[in-house]
Ligand binder design. Sequence first.
Ligand SMILES: NC(=O)c1ccc[n+]([C@@H]2O[C@H](COP(=O)([O-])OP(=O)(O)OC[C@H]3O[C@@H](n4cnc5c(N)ncnc54)[C@H](OP(=O)(O)O)[C@@H]3O)[C@@H](O)[C@H]2O)c1
Length: 271
Amino acid sequence: MNLRNPKPDELPSFRLDGRLAVITGASDGIGRAFALAYARSGAEVVLVSRTREKLVEVQRSVEAAGGRAHVVPADVARFDDIRRIEREVSAIVNRSDKGKDLALVLVNCAGFGFTKSALDTTEEDWDRIMDVHAKGTFFCNQFLGRRMIERGYGKIINLSSTWSVSTDMGKSVYGMAKAGVSYLTAALSTEWAPLGVRVNAIAPTSTLTESTSRTFRENEARAEKLLSRIKLGRFAEPSDLVGAAVFLASPASDFITGHTLFVDGGWRAGC
Ligand SMILES: NC(=O)c1ccc[n+]([C@@H]2O[C@H](COP(=O)([O-])OP(=O)(O)OC[C@H]3O[C@@H](n4cnc5c(N)ncnc54)[C@H](OP(=O)(O)O)[C@@H]3O)[C@@H](O)[C@H]2O)c1
């Protein structure tokens, strides 16, 4: 049994050089912020969402900052699309001169907010939420996880939410999906830790993306109510989540797995 840290004096690296990061939901909001930050931290990025034109805009921003980005339009609610994402990622790895040495990272940001009373929720609502947040997250983990396991190393970051552990009017199905994402994170970390793959999640509080801001403008009373629960007294910006996302993709977090990191301005404190 080796009880010694093999590199006791080395400072951990927060850089993402030599990493290929697949980011779903990269065309907007939180995923877009992560893609730009990952590229600036040294990662090559694979941008996934349904809208090619928006992905190309993000690709241009990455390249303008000196980074490298690939565009893979795909719908994570479709099993065949996830299979295609995995095939395209494998092709990128095979073409790369870094080849075998590239470390794979997956960030599952594809998704959307949803607030509707349980009594009004339809089967269509249910399928739309579960297909993206539950099925999409699970099979992206499975398909890209396999490639990581082959390489003996990989890092996965899933997007959960403060609604995974707290409730409010209209949050039954969304909260259930996000609680599932946190559970899946812990379950996969258990299965894949011996295989070198770390699986963690980030649980943000309300974050001012375009879609969230629009919702808040339409219902200011609700926005005020939510704001009153955030101890730091403001909503998050996507940039507030970037530090956690870079950390969890970097070598500095290699001893962390199965964790859901709340980036919530103190939402849960005292709950
Ligand atoms: N913003 C918040 O307050 C907040 C708080 C907690 C957790 N979250 C979670 O964080 C994640 C990102 O949210 P966000 O606020 O950044 O959302 P957003 O600004 O609306 O962006 C969502 C992204 O997901 C993509 N997307 C949606 N459905 C997709 C699908 N079926 N297949 C592939 N891509 C899809 C969208 O692109 P296309 O439309 O081009 O496909 C877009 O790039 C979600 O999981 C959300 O639940 C958000």
